[in-house]
Design a protein around this ligand. Structure first.
Ligand code: XMP
Length: 250
């Protein structure tokens, strides 16, 4: 577990009274300018920034350096959400690029497993005091196709849903957070009872149908908001509105 990332997001959450992670998912021309503007306008209402392939494929990691530094200067940690899912050596190269670019945490899919899969990602993150978040259950409808499959958990000798097995692994691997879709509050409750103090990050609010209050009541620590803020006519107003809801759960 990384003290650095966990402390940074906790500090920002307390400072801004917010449990909102801004997913800077901007499209079309001038992505970086649009992203910078949204960051500046919403920075007082969020506790963290999440960047994914929307921006990485648009401007590259070099093109993101200034944005990441700006988020840091505003007291906000930055997650890179590329859900790594490869063999260890490839994951390691990818992780090094992200951490060298200033990101504070990465997301991983649990499927590669530990040995020769994710172990090096966790080791390098620990060495560099960075965070690793494990995807446990996605938010979209099709997630039930595989994440809810019953499988045999050899470690525990029980049959269980895959996402519950992933949650137990995330605890064992000492993840800094788990990701569970806000569209499944019942699953959030189950995962919470497995992961305890490990924070749950929930994407899928508003546009995908997840309700912020229900998500937090079920046990999520943070909600992730992308389109609801980035595609709003007034991103600052939307971020403030979401922040005000999460504030009641602080
Ligand atoms: P919206 O626009 O739906 O975007 O608020 C959500 C953001 O979160 C990412 N996302 C997910 N990430 N598991 C994840 O790890 C999920 O189930 C999931 N659903 C959405 C998405 O890429 C976007 O940045």
């Amino acid at each position: 577990m990384s003290k650095g990332f966990v402390e940074a997001i906790t500090r920002a959450a307390n400072q801004n009274h917010s449990r909102v992670v801004l997913a800077l998912d901007v499209k079309g021309p001038n992505t970086i300018e649009k992203a910078k503007k949204i960051l500046e306008e919403t920075s007082g209402y969020i506790c963290c920034v999440k960047i994914n392939k929307h921006l990485i494929l648009s401007v590259g990691l070099e093109g993101l350096r200034e944005l990441v530094e700006r988020a840091h200067s505003l007291g906000l940690p930055v997650i890179v959400d590329c859900k790594m899912c490869d063999i260890g050596p490839t994951n390691l190269v990818e992780t090094s690029y992200y951490f060298d670019s200033g990101f504070d945490a990465v997301t991983v899919m649990p499927l590669p497993g530990w040995i020769d899969g994710l172990s090096d990602v966790f080791h390098v993150a620990k060495e560099r005091d960075k965070g690793v978040l494990v995807v446990v259950l996605m938010s979209h409808k099709g997630a039930s196709e595989f994440f809810e499959t019953i499988a045999f958990d050899e470690e525990y000798g029980v049959f269980d849903k895959l996402y519950r097995i992933f949650a137990r692994r995330a605890v064992k691997w000492r993840a800094d957070g788990v990701i569970v879709g806000a569209t499944r509050p019942d699953a959030i409750r189950q995962v919470k009872s497995i992961v305890g103090e490990v924070p749950i990050f929930s994407p899928g609010i508003v546009v995908q149908g997840g309700v912020v209050e229900e998500t937090l009541k079920a046990g999520a620590s943070y909600v992730i908001a992308g389109r609801a803020i980035c595609e709003s006519i007034n991103p600052a107003d939307k971020a403030r509105e979401l922040r005000d809801i999460t504030r009641r759960f602080s």
